[in-house]
Design a protein around this ligand. Structure first.
Ligand code: DCT
Ligand code: MG
Length: 329
């Protein structure tokens, strides 16, 4: 998959191959037995013929024959993957640095023109690489929830992302916050400001990667606010974690929960399904009457029809509700 992923950044032709590999990897990870032949691999749902063939080669030869003939620079891939694992570094930057002869994180640390986020990404690199156990995600979720509830006890704060899908550990913490019947930008920004001030005073938020911005035209419209930062639970040995906090309008809560629960492939499938039915799905809701031109380019916004709850969206799409733990596509 690495080869296709690597090349996908240059043009988009391997897009579906990457998705197929990811689906196969998820299916194989869920097995509780070892695959010892191509035949066995072919029986696994989501593992196609070609991937099964490559698994067969791995098992019998210890390598994949196709890779012998590909112009694939393993060293470059390794270095680019390392650079891209730093928060704030994308594929283009990683390639640019590789071409300049940089090879290690210490090489990057010496660069004079790093962005603020890249500096933070490098500073907290070791901590951010560590997976977060569920119990700690829960604890962090409670810290944010109690900060939010200090403003209004009816504010709801839910941990989404891989945690809500039931994963034993997570890469980061994704929290969605909303308050019953509160939809306007002005009120939602106040909630966000309150939560951030509270958490900064507590020393829980230690660095900011992206702060929500405000402009006056947001005051009366439903508006989503996103914060991204680094947090740390009290205590000496605690690890710095990446946290995203979203404050969303009550009418969009279902759509926001659906989007931020993921996983990303499941989101993509649902968006595609909506598009095939003349609709559009986003983190704000489901929209009907969407017109598309050549290459599926959207010509209008459409009309918002569902998004208060997740169920409402599944119902409107005409598909069975999936529990969060079933959204591992
Ligand atoms: N998401 C998406 N498309 C992306 C990235 C994210 O639809 N390209 C959605 C789905 C999951 C959610 O946002 C949160 O994203 P992550 O935190 O990156 O993913 P996760 O599933 O929570 O996994 P991790 O444990 O790595 O945080
Ligand atoms: Mg996450």
């Amino acid at each position: 998959m690495g080869y296709y992923e690597d090349n996908q950044t240059k043009d988009n032709k391997y897009h579906f191959k990457v998705i197929n590999y990811r689906k196969a990897i998820t299916a194989i990870r869920a097995l509780d037995y070892e695959i010892t032949s191509e035949e066995m691999a072919r029986k696994i749902p989501r593992v196609g013929k070609k991937i099964a063939q490559k698994i067969g080669e791995c098992v019998s030869l210890g390598r994949i024959k196709k890779l012998d003939h590909l112009d694939w620079d393993q060293e470059r891939l390794k270095v680019e993957t390392l650079f891209r694992s730093v928060y704030g570094v994308g594929a283009e930057k990683a390639l640019e640095w590789y071409n300049k002869g940089l090879r290690t994180l210490d090489d990057l640390r010496k660069l004079p023109d790093l962005t603020k986020n890249q500096i933070s990404g490098l500073h907290y690199y070791d901590d951010l690489q560590k997976r977060i156990p569920r119990a700690e995600v829960e604890e962090i979720g409670k810290v944010v929830e109690s900060a939010a509830k200090k403003l209004h006890p009816d504010i709801q704060s839910q941990v989404t992302g891989s945690y809500r899908r039931g994963k034993p550990d997570c890469g980061d913490i994704d929290i969605v916050v909303a308050r019953p019947d509160i939809d306007t930008g002005e009120e939602l920004f106040l909630i966000m400001e309150h939560i951030l001030n509270e958490l900064i005073i507590q020393g829980f938020l230690v660095d900011h990667l992206s702060l929500p911005t405000w402009s006056d035209d947001m005051a009366n419209a439903p508006k989503h606010f996103k914060y991204m930062g680094i947090c740390k639970l009290p205590g000496k040995g605690s690890v710095h974690r990446h946290i995203d906090i979203l404050v969303v309008p009550w009418i969009h809560l279902g759509a926001a929960l659906l989007y931020f629960t993921g996983n990303d492939i499941c989101n993509r499938s649902m968006r595609l399904l909506a598009a095939n039915r003349g609709m559009r799905l986003s983190d704000k809701g489901l929209f009907t009457g969407v017109m598309r031109g050549p290459k599926r380019k959207r010509l209008n916004e459409g009309t918002w029809v569902a998004g208060r709850t997740e169920r409402e969206i599944f119902d409107y799409l005409g598909i069975n509700y999936l529990e969060p733990f079933e959204r591992e596509c």
